[in-house]
Write a protein that binds this ligand. Structure first.
Ligand code: SF4
Length: 376
């Protein structure tokens, strides 16, 4: 697996690429400022077999917490940069890898060219011995590439990844990998195959975003990742599952089990998805503002079981940072705020509802969509 890519090191203990064993990653869903809880979860993920643990960091206070977390854990740490790329300077001293999303680089300082922002991240990473992941995501693709390829999100993702590889190559920064994530297994398959064909030297981080709850989330992840691993594509991966905090290590055990299965030629995913009603939900992270998110996702799944014969997608997201964008393509989308849940139908906002009332409104909207399918 991953034989042709160039290797790079993350921290002291982890190598990505160059034929090294595929590294399984996971991410803490605890509040980053809750140092004890985050240290405990990072240790639990490491014990389960994670080679890298990612932590969300959006503020100076979280960067300070990160410094303390770093002192208390031994697993290589990665951090997610959202819109504020300048936070790289505050987090880089405490982590081994920085992930940036090309689609998020347009928000802060819009007049500054993206290449300059990438140069800042690369310089900061190099100064602190950090690796980088170019994390391209379907819900937040570079707006210019989206405009150029309005009907073809896979091409927009691949072009975005190639463009950012070009920027890092131009800076002679080599310790990087790329991810191309979507919530649709077919798009993950196609995007990663096309990228690997164009840049067989670049290590790839595999993943299906918002895979949802197990067991469906594991099956949907395997639909995309099993064939890619079997083709030698993928040097590191994450199975992103919506799980309560105490079960988070299952992301790692499921990833390791899949790698072992593929090695032995045991493919457990069906050749195509058999689900008609698809429920996608994010794996949650420090940005979740209401702990009822995972419970809500589970309730949405059980309440909507009656709709399983219908071709519909429901998206349930944990926060206001990524929720609005990531629910755009769903038939019904929910994202959680501190006290209420926002609901939209086919990209149109329907308002926000209390955690106890949103399921009733969701059911009415779902019934209306099913009725519309029957009459069309
Ligand atoms: S949608 Fe929000 S809460 Fe969920 S994983 Fe993404 S950033 Fe975290």
């Amino acid at each position: 697996m991953g034989l042709k890519t160039r290797p790079f090191r993350v921290g002291q203990s982890t190598v990505i690429g160059g034929g090294a064993p595929v590294v399984v990653q996971s991410m803490c869903a605890t509040k980053t400022r809750d140092v004890d809880a985050t240290v405990a979860q990072a240790a639990a993920l490491q014990k389960a077999g994670a080679g890298i643990v990612r932590i969300a960091c959006d503020s100076d206070a979280e960067a300070e917490a990160l410094a303390e977390i770093r002192r208390q854990v031994t697993v290589p740490l990665s951090v997610d940069l959202q819109e504020n790329y300048r936070l790289a300077a505050k987090v880089a001293p405490h982590v081994d890898k920085i992930r940036y999303n090309p689609g998020h680089l347009y928000h802060l300082e819009p007049a500054t060219p993206v290449a300059e922002k990438v140069a800042f991240i690369a310089r900061t990473a190099r100064d602190h011995g950090c690796a980088v992941r170019i994390g391209v995501n379907c819900g937040s693709v570079d707006p210019e590439l989206q405009r150029r390829h309005p009907e073809d999100s896979v091409t927009a993702m691949v072009e975005s990844a190639l463009m950012h590889c070009g920027i890092l190559d131009g800076l002679k920064f080599e310790a990087y990998c790329v991810s191309l994530k979507d919530s649709d297994p077919k798009k993950v398959l196609e995007g990663n195959r096309r990228f690997a064909a164009r840049r067989p030297d670049v290590p790839i981080h595999l993943g299906l975003t918002e895979a949802g709850m197990p067991p469906g989330g594991v099956i949907r992840s395997r639909l995309a990742l099993e064939p890619l691993l079997a083709e030698g594509i993928g040097d590191t991966l994450r199975i992103s599952l919506t799980l309560p905090n105490e079960r988070k290590p299952e992301e790692v055990t499921e990833g390791l089990r899949m790698i072992e299965d593929v090695k032995r030629g045991r493919f457990t995913a069906p050749p195509a998805s058999t689900d008609r009603l698809v429920i996608i939900s994010c794996p949650s992270c420090s940005r979740v503002e209401n702990d009822r998110f995972v419970d809500l996702a589970e309730k949405v799944r059980s309440m909507t079981e009656y709709a399983s014969p219908h071709d519909l997608t429901i998206a349930v997201m944990g926060c206001r940072v990524n929720g609005p964008g990531e629910t755009d393509d769903a038939d019904l989308g929910l994202w959680c705020g501190p006290a209420s849940v926002n609901l939209k139908r086919k990209g149109e906002p329907l308002g926000s509802f209390g955690y106890d009332e949103v399921l009733g409104r969701l059911k009415r909207e779902l019934d209306a969509l099913i009725a519309a399918q029957k009459t069309s």
